[in-house]
Design a protein around this ligand. Structure first.
Ligand code: AMP
Length: 492
């Protein structure tokens, strides 16, 4: 199927050809004709499926014909959960509408009100907004919805997760009843389904595939880590791989993102942090640097899990696993963009057993375990193939009998092959020289239990699973000897 069969305006088709798209993705092929026919639509489509173009192309198509209403308020309103996603929508509209004349503005939290007031008082065709800030303007009477033809809820599930349900409903109430409403979401069940039944009018329903079924183009790997020092070493090793074009590393907290970025920068990496405490300006600048290839590594919190669309990201590394299984899917979807392939590597420590189980249950597949020669975990681990299947009776689960969560401390060598299965040798496990500082020499040490992570070896340290506090300084330095790289030198 080609875009030409979709009845899109020739100027849009021209832009698509210039962008290099040869055919619509499945969500585009199914959604665009329904939208052009004027139906309300609820679509379940995974990020990375081309969903943004699935609603922006028909929206632009509408704008190709003049408005039937007088006024200068927006004709299309796109609500997104995050500023990053809003930016992505704006970029997509600008790209696909480059041969058209229209005005697009974004109204996002964290931006100055006076500028937004000025923007809203002018002529607008497409308004892209986060719900909270839009409500502020709506309540102050600064939004004119009299021309509004199309209301689009992008990643509706996420907006609801973030507590925007009342705002979304109030915005929808303020929009003309005659509008066309499109709802895109990873899931169409539960609260999202309820919201859709209130806001949409006899919608067509499209499910390209459930979130968890996607990402066949992303190879998922799991690496067990004894503690944060071990995670640091694994990360350092992975980042020296020249196959890593650009990497997105996820941490659990903003503070961890900052400290890990600092740590990687001190090691000579071209790296920045991205999280919600940064000003919009800083976030934009960082994203631009990532897009331009000026940065090789981005260390981010989940704020970057949605909407970030950088084709160069070859690897997603979960330094910390996400709290919610669904976020895992969104995180790994930051690689393998636009039809390319990607690799997602997750570090799991003993505290992550339940989380890992939830993730695997959610994606309905086992994540294969990998090890790096010389950086194997110290303790015997239960791996994908010998962990009990979901629902199967467990005898002790991932937690071993030594209190360290990983079973006995008998080392890893003896059972590596049988426990990891034939595919396990793919990637880093072969052909790599063992690291000089290695782990082998320490393998016979007794389990350190809760002492890892403390700077001074104080066994009372409460929380070890944080970057930057893992290993003594000398050990950390040693792990990077001879492995520094320049980001540019390593770019593919
Ligand atoms: P999205 O799911 O909207 O986040 O889009 C994921 C990526 O797919 C973006 O980088 C788009 O530029 C790209 N994309 C969208 N539509 C197509 C298409 N028809 N062919 C190739 N790439 C596409």
């Amino acid at each position: 199927m080609s875009f030409a069969t979709l009845n899109l305006n020739p100027s849009i088709l021209k832009a698509l050809t210039e962008t290099g798209y040869t055919e619509p993705t499945p969500i585009q092929a199914q959604a665009i004709p329904e939208i052009i026919e004027g139906h309300d639509l609820m679509a379940s489509a995974q990020t990375g499926s081309g969903k943004t173009a699935a609603f922006i192309l028909p929206a632009l198509n509408r704008l190709a014909a003049p408005s039937k209403m007088p006024g200068k308020g927006p004709r299309v309103l796109v609500l997104t959960p995050t500023r990053e996603l809003a930016q992505q929508v704006c970029d997509a509209a600008t790209k696909y509408g480059k041969h058209m004349r229209f005005k697009i503005i974004s109204i996002l939290g964290g931006m100055p009100y006076p500028v937004q007031n000025r923007l809203l008082s002018g002529h607008v065709d497409i308004l892209v907004a986060t719900p909270g800030r839009l409500i502020d303007h709506l309540e102050r009477g600064r939004i004119d919805f009299s021309r509004l033809e199309m209301l689009i809820l992008d990643e509706a599930d996420r907006m609801l997760d973030m507590g925007f349900i009342d705002d979304v409903e109030r915005i929808a109430e303020a929009a003309p009843r005659s509008r066309q409403t499109l709802l895109f979401s990873a899931t169409l069940e539960g609260v999202v389904g309820n919201l859709a039944s209130r806001l949409l009018n006899s919608p067509k329903r499209i499910t390209v595939s459930a979130a968890k079924d996607r990402h066949e183009n992303i190879e998922q790997r799991m690496m067990f880590a004894d503690d944060v020092a071990h995670k640091n070493k694994l990360l350092s090793h992975l980042l020296t791989d020249t196959e890593v074009n650009q990497a997105l590393v996820f941490t659990a907290t903003k503070r961890d993102a900052d400290s890990l970025a600092d740590q990687l920068s001190a090691q000579g990496h071209s790296v920045a942090a991205l999280h919600g405490d940064m000003s919009q300006r800083e976030r934009n600048r960082t994203l631009l640097n990532m897009r331009n290839g000026n940065l090789r590594i981005l260390v981010a919190t989940d704020v970057a899990a949605r909407g970030l669309d950088v084709r160069g990201i070859s690897h997603v590394i979960n330094f910390d696993l996400p709290k919610f299984a669904e976020d895992y899917v969104h995180r790994i979807g930051r690689t393998g963009r636009g039809g390319s392939t990607g690799i997602a590597i997750s570090f799991a420590s003993n505290r992550d057993a339940q989380l890992l189980k939830r993730i695997e249950r959610y994606i309905e597949q086992r994540i294969e375990m990998h090890t790096i020669a010389g950086l194997e975990p110290k303790y015997k681990l239960r791996t994908s193939s010998d962990r009990p299947r979901s629902g199967a009776p467990r005898s002790g689960g991932y937690a071993g009998n030594r209190g360290n969560g990983f079973g006995n401390a008998g080392g890893y060598g003896g059972n590596r092959s049988p426990s990891t299965g034939p595919g396990q040798a793919r990637g880093y496990t072969d052909g790599r020289p063992a690291r000089s500082e290695g782990y082998g020499g320490q393998a016979a040490q007794p389990p350190r239990d809760r002492s890892f992570g403390s700077r001074n070896g104080n066994t009372a340290a409460p929380r070890s699973d944080r970057p930057g506090f893992g290993a003594p300084r000398t050990e950390r330095r040693g792990s990077f000897n001879g492995n520094r790289f320049s980001s540019r030198g390593n770019k593919a």
